[in-house]
Design a binder for this molecule. Structure first.
Ligand SMILES: NC(=O)CC[C@H](N)C(=O)O
Length: 375
């Protein structure tokens, strides 16, 4: 492998010089760290990373290559990829191409050979910040200036650049065969991860995916048993049309929100969202179910969060009481919501895992029970 020089510069002027990984070029984005010890392909193809660059804290990346089955979306949407040591010799029976080739094919820039521990500590101590990867310009002053003109995440609708253009039926070759589907689920694609669709499908649902701009009346005309609000990139407060859509569905159909879907549901219910210091990105976030006191280890990827009510775990809304059902044990942030008067609930974490622990996959069953009860 040719080792071309590359540089990563942060908005605060810190620079890291290493080698190019993937495509040559220059790209800016918010730098966030992910603590997952595996699953780089799922992370790379998660549309929620649009606008961001991911640094993997696990030090060796690329060793099992890339395969056609582990895609979480149709492409790559993140701005750049940062690793300590890239393994150029993938060794796995499922591997089809190397990570480096994959990034090159997708025209995605990356950097390898930098001290990701120092970078992560900086992000953790001072917060996530904009950065730029370049294989062309090595002048830190010039690169810092370019970062200043990069848009950032707050107030920008990134959903519109990742949602599908047209409605489609999800067909999963592995789990679809011969099963008669009983429940019809419509999934709002705000940047949906395929494993949400796979999980619904294998649990016995027929799954129709619709663009985020689809109006609620169109969904109601489809007569679904329930609606899922998917994960997705960026600032939930910058997607007002999704809030209008959710207003038209709450109380009429069972609703299940995941990550961005959870934040959008919270905004619709009158709660607020804010930006976290460096977010939660990884597969080891402890979450407590406040009813059962059981702790789940969860997969997470978010930079925004729902503001907790001033007192207790209950909040009034135009749709009746909303209860905080789950909290993060690291920072006490809101991880789950449930409406008392209408069939709707949401979680900040990822029950579909991919990558990460499967502790929370029971939530799909819970949604199915909710739809069965309503139908
Ligand atoms: N994975 C997601 O859906 C991310 C939600 C939102 N974009 C955030 O960063 O908080």
């Amino acid at each position: 492998m040719d080792k071309k020089r590359a540089i990563l510069v942060l908005a605060d002027g810190t620079s890291f010089t290493g080698y190019s990984l993937g495509a040559a070029g220059e790209k800016a984005g918010e730098v966030v760290f992910n603590t997952s010890m595996m699953g780089y392909q799922e992370i790379l193809t998660d549309p929620s990373y649009k606008g961001q660059m991911v640094v993997m804290t696990y030090p060796l990346i690329g060793n099992y290559g890339i395969n056609e089955k582990d895609y979480e979306s149709r492409s790559l949407f993140l701005e750049g990829f940062i690793v300590k040591e890239y393994s150029p010799f993938p060794s796995n029976w499922r591997s089809q191409i190397s990570l480096d080739e994959f990034l090159k094919n997708k025209k995605t820039v990356g950097i390898q050979g930098i001290d990701t521990r120092e970078l992560t500590r900086r992000l953790r101590d001072y917060g996530a910040q904009q950065g730029i990867i370049s294989t062309e310009d090595f002048d830190v002053f010039s690169l810092t200036k370019k970062i200043k003109s990069a848009p950032g995440l707050v107030g920008i609708d990134l959903v519109k650049s990742v949602t599908c253009n047209n409605l489609y039926e999800w067909k999963d070759s592995d789990s679809d065969a011969g099963k008669s589907k009983r429940l019809k689920v419509v999934v709002y694609d705000c940047g949906v991860k395929y494993n949400i669709l796979r999980k619904l499908n294998s649990a016995g649902c027929s799954v129709t995916v619709v663009p985020a701009q689809t109006q609620s009346q169109t969904i109601l005309n489809m007569k679904p048993d329930g609606v899922v609000l998917s994960n997705g990139p960026g600032d939930p407060a910058a997607v007002p049309y999704m809030i209008e859509n959710i207003k038209g569905l709450l109380g009429k159909k069972p609703v299940f929100g995941i990550c961005l879907g959870h934040q959008l549901m919270a905004l619709t219910l009158g709660l607020k969202t804010y930006k976290l210091k460096f977010g939660h990105h990884g597969g080891n976030q402890p979450v407590m179910d406040l009813h059962t006191k059981k702790v789940e280890i969860t997969a997470q990827n978010h930079s925004f969060a729902v503001t907790a009510p001033q007192e207790g775990t209950m909040q009034k809304s135009p749709y009746g009481n909303v209860e905080i059902t789950h909290v993060n044990l690291n920072d006490k942030s809101v991880e789950g919501l449930k409406c008392h008067s209408i069939p709707a609930f949401s979680v900040q974490y990822h029950p579909e895992a991919s990558p990460g622990p499967h502790d929370a996959s029971y939530l799909f069953e819970r949604f199915i029970e909710m739809m069965k009860y309503q139908s």
